[in-house]
Design a protein around this ligand. Structure first.
Ligand code: NDP
Length: 350
């Protein structure tokens, strides 16, 4: 058996065109154009890339976006003050604070400062709380898990009474995905790093959502024949390359492998750099910060490919329906953000 592919690009395209029609209708009915405010604190290359993609997506469906960038040295009260200004801004219907925030800032307090009417990421404790409560519905649901549900719906999954297993219990993916499945009357199991015998637990699943951040962890013998498998994971799998070299970090003295760029690959520039996966900062070798351990600094120029938490090649032979990586859950996250921003504007207009 070869599983049917759940095409996240196509389904996200459908969501985007629904949003575009909704935006047009809202403008015609009420004169309101939905607006999303984005907030980045500090110079984080990964955050800047994500936010750029989100703002571009807004423009494509007629949503206004307002970019705010604060310096890394901003204080907690400066960040919260900006959030409060945006809470009061009538042109803003959604506020997105791009995480992670620089060390020293209290993320939880910043997220809690966002008005629940503008919490388009759905991370506010009140919105999360309502998600978990019977008979209550939050105004916003976190984008990635909401995208997973849409992918399941579009691929014909039956929720009521189905055995659903969620691998991972993070606040942004695993936990809200579990609560959404429970709301749809699935019988739920949530797994995490302490769960015993994961393969046996996962094999019971009619619906399996993997959100652990471990490359290709879910193997074919973890999956029930015919199951719906949603792979949230985005992991870099490093590939060997002829120009990979053993290097020594000049500060920590540790050895590691990096891929040196050559002329044909990078506009004639020869340099070796490192990407800090956590902060998204890029350091050239000579500027590696004082005292910085090479731990957590990944090789910037090594060849890699993106893989999920599911071993796609193996699992597609067993599953009934499966999302690829890339092209599965990833495109849904931004599409759901657009949808949430429209919902915020509709609620403000109604
Ligand atoms: P977190 O690291 O916050 O959470 C990972 C979860 O997986 C934790 O609950 C952890 O358990 C559990 N876990 C980790 N290792 C194991 C293991 N060996 N066995 C069982 N459980 C394990 O990750 P996120 O939820 O933020 O993200 C998960 C993945 O999804 C990542 O690859 C991330 O890049 C991707 N992602 C993709 C998005 C998209 O748009 N497609 C959006 C957001 C995330 P415990 O709680 O016990 O520590």
């Amino acid at each position: 058996m070869t599983a049917e592919l759940i095409d996240g690009v196509a389904i996200a395209g459908k969501v985007r065109s629904e949003v575009a029609s909704g935006v047009e209708k809202l403008l015609a009915d009420t004169g309101i154009t939905p607006g999303l405010a984005t907030v980045i604190v500090g110079e984080n290359i990964a955050s800047q890339t994500y936010v750029r993609a989100k703002r571009k997506a807004c423009a494509e469906v007629g949503i206004q976006s307002f970019g705010h960038e604060l310096p890394a040295a901003s204080t907690q009260s400066e960040v919260e003050m900006l959030v409060r200004q945006l809470n009061a801004d009538r042109n803003v219907h959604g506020i997105l604070v791009q995480l992670p925030l620089p060390d020293g800032l209290d993320e939880e307090a910043v997220l809690a400062a966002i008005s629940i009417q503008k919490d388009v990421d759905g991370f506010h404790p009140i919105n999360i709380g309502k998600l978990g409560m019977k008979g209550r519905d939050p105004l916003f649901v976190p984008c990635t898990p909401d995208g997973c549900m849409r992918l399941l719906e579009e691929s014909g999954a039956q929720f009521s009474g189905a055995n659903a297993v969620v691998l991972g219990r993070s606040n942004i993916v695993g936990l809200p995905a579990a609560m959404l499945l429970l709301k749809r009357d699935a019988t739920l199991t949530v797994c995490h790093s302490r769960t015993k015998d994961l393969p046996t637990v996962c094999r019971e699943a009619d619906i399996l959502i993997a959100a652990v951040g471990r490359s290709e962890m879910v193997k074919a013998d973890w999956v029930k024949r015919g199951a719906h498998v949603i792979d949230v994971g985005i992991n870099n799998k490093w590939l060997d390359h002829p120009s990979d070299r053993e290097m020594v970090c000049e500060i920590s003295g540790e050895t590691f492998t990096a891929h040196r760029q050559d002329e044909s690959e990078k506009g004639g520039r020869k340099r070796v750099g490192y990407l800090d996966e956590k902060s998204g900062s890029v350091y050239l070798r000579e500027y590696l910060p004082e005292g910085r351990s090479i731990d957590g600094l990944v090789k910037l120029f090594r060849r890699h490919k993106l893989v999920g938490d599911v071993d796609f090649e193996e699992v597609q032979e067993v599953a009934g329906y499966i999302t690829p990586v890339p092209g599965g859950v990833g495109p849904m996250t931004i599409a759901q953000l657009l949808s949430n921003t429209l919902r915020g504007a509709q609620a403000a207009g109604g």
